[in-house]
Design a protein around this ligand. Structure first.
Ligand SMILES: Cc1cc2nc3c(=O)[nH]c(=O)nc-3n(C[C@H](O)[C@H](O)[C@H](O)COP(=O)(O)OP(=O)(O)OC[C@H]3O[C@@H](n4cnc5c(N)ncnc54)[C@H](O)[C@@H]3O)c2cc1C
Length: 283
């Protein structure tokens, strides 16, 4: 009567006595800092797997364990540069988003899942040599450029780097604005990137809803020439200009049309060109 089932239950190992701590998540990395900017935006840093190699501008899959016991993963640009000891991410908080409704509550010491397989097209290898490099972004599309702006290769390859970031409200620019201010003030960054090189960087933030010194969609400001007038640079030219684009699908398509109209061709890892594009999110 005792039967096999009872015996097995008795013998099922009880893990409380296990001496070594096993990671609770597969591919687990530990959160080292978290910073919130608005009720929709935050950034965080995690430990970096020793074996992870990536090119500044690439993205990986990260996430948390879902309620069903399976990993819930999403694509995230690595916002830190390839040389950094840790990994940084800049994230949206979607109120009912399967991942970010939970991810927004992470704290220092918590674990996240990180699949160490970086990919992406916003990399220097996918662009032909040029003189002026534009980074066009909206919202969290700033993230891959947060990596590339801290990458020495960016300044070695170009005479001028123009970072445009468009958001609805002024607060949404904070992460990018602070990062650029730090670049120009931080001694370690100045030493790494070169003080003279940092002079090549021009930052062009705009808002579409809340009042700010520069308002308007970047597409409008390209079309009416204000962007070039404000920065004192010539209009887009395929002989000298290169671009990387990261925003919503609609934004990407609008910028792509403007770049193609100016004679620039889209590139890829397999065939470098004059501009490259990546979606900041799907939907
Ligand atoms: C190549 C790639 C790189 C990405 N990099 C980042 C990144 O660096 N930071 C980041 O926050 N997200 C990034 N995303 C989006 C990310 O993968 C998730 O969509 C996001 O984390 C929300 O996850 P979720 O499960 O909460 O909601 P989801 O179910 O994934 O999304 C729900 C809805 O929220 C909206 N949404 C999702 N992400 C964003 C966003 N970033 N900005 C505005 N609206 C959004 C969309 O309308 C979407 O349909 C990237 C996506 C891709 C394809």
């Amino acid at each position: 009567m005792s039967g096999r089932h009872d015996t097995m239950t008795e013998q099922t190992p009880v893990t409380e006595t296990t001496a070594t701590k096993v990671p609770t998540l597969p591919d687990a990395q530990t959160v080292t800092s978290v910073q919130h900017y608005t009720d929709r935006l935050f950034s965080f840093r995690v430990t970096r797997p020793q074996s992870l190699r990536f090119r500044s501008g690439e993205f990986v899959m990260i996430g948390l364990m879902g309620d069903n016991g399976r990993p819930l993963l999403r694509a995230y640009s690595i916002a830190s540069p390839a040389w950094d000891d840790e990994l940084e991410f800049y994230s949206i908080k979607v109120p009912d988003g399967p991942l970010t409704s939970k991810l927004q509550h992470i704290k220092v010491g918590d674990e996240i899942i990180l699949r160490p397989k970086p990919v992406g097209t916003l990399v220097h290898d996918a662009l032909l040599p040029g003189k002026r490099l534009y980074f066009f972004s909206t919202g969290t599309g700033f993230a891959p450029f947060a990596s590339l702006l801290r990458e020495p290769e960016t300044y070695e390859k170009y005479d001028e780097i123009i970072m445009t970031h468009t958001c609805r409200d002024v607060d949404e620019l904070t992460y990018g604005r602070d990062l650029i201010a730090d670049l120009k003030q931080d001694e370690m960054m100045q030493e790494l990137l070169g003080e003279e090189n940092l002079g090549k960087l021009k930052y062009y933030p705009t808002t579409t809803r809340e009042e700010s010194p520069k308002m308007g969609r970047i597409t409008t400001l390209i079309e009416n020439g204000e962007l070039f007038g404000d920065l004192g640079v010539p209009a887009l030219d395929p002989a000298t200009d290169r671009a990387m684009v990261c925003g919503s699908l609609e934004f990407n398509l609008d910028i792509k049309a403007l770049l193609e109209k100016a004679g620039l061709n889209e590139g890829a890892n397999s065939e470098p060109g004059e501009f490259v594009i990546e979606k900041a999110f799907v939907g």
